[in-house]
Design a protein around this ligand. Sequence first.
Ligand SMILES: Cc1ncc(COP(=O)(O)O)c(C=O)c1O
Length: 345
Amino acid sequence: MRKSESASKIGKFCTDLPRTPLCSHLPTPLERAPRLSADLGGPEIWFKRDDLTGLALGGNKIRNMEFIFGELLGRGCDSVITTAGVQSNMCRATAAAAGKLGLKCVLLLRGTGEEERQGNLLLDDLLGADVRFLSTKDPYDPRTPGWLEDIQTELKEDGHSPYILHLTGETSSLAACAYVDAAEEIVAQIDDLKISPDHLFVTAGSGVTIAGLVLGFKNLGRDLNVVGIMCSNSTRDFLSDRITIYANGAAERLGLSTQVNQGDFQLHDAYVGPGYSRCYPEVVDTIKLVAAKEGILLDPVYTGKCMVGLKDRIARGELGDSGEIVFLHTGGAPCIFADAGTISS
Ligand SMILES: Cc1ncc(COP(=O)(O)O)c(C=O)c1O
């Protein structure tokens, strides 16, 4: 990993954005995984432990919420409405942040309401969210904006000032700023540790996290190769487009002249398996391997698939057998319990 930017710039890029502290454990640890590395036989693996960001079982979404709630509170809102799948980590993070800050939170989850109260759905209840269900499974259902606005009207009639958190382009670029900040954090840690990883592996879902990282590393002049492992059935072209839009939107928000293009990162779509949130045997074996070797819990929807991808790239000899790799652990532990039937069978 080439170093070309002065260390004094680290930690400086996001300071002008409103930010609400929610991650109680920053910087998250960057820790080596000696037993797993020995087992896989490639470069030494280092886990960036964003599963430990600190609020309500942590994960990458808590970092995003620091910036989203910064904006929301800056606008004087007292309530938040968001939507995603029944086992959404993002919704759990929203509920936790809202609860901690004394805001009302309405979650519109794509489901029937008959689902078992497990995993994130159970936690949404515990965290005090007002949980409602949408009769669609399609994240791009054109009726969704209307449903969100209906709740907005309802809350306004009750005297609230609600914020709609819909991860469209604009909010996604704001959320990506959190990972520009995290990229700076990672660079400071690897410099302190005097390691020089060539690759960073991360799950690419919506693309927000990878977008922020790629922008952050590029802006610091670091040629760390960011590898995104896809976990859903969108095409690589579609996701690459989203990532560049989010990254360049974040650059604009932060007043950075750095621009991200599709050549700045890699995306692999070979590890999705039967589809988004559908686990397959190799993911289960990988979760068990990492748990047994390192005591680190991956999840079946995101990080488990990312580790399947990393294992495969090592087995193919693409990553060599020396040096270091960073694996960004983005959290998701509640999904282990929601998927217990598949994982334990
Ligand atoms: C645990 C976990 N890891 C990774 C991701 C993917 O992050 P992104 O949507 O920013 O690509 C998500 C998204 O929901 C997540 O919940």
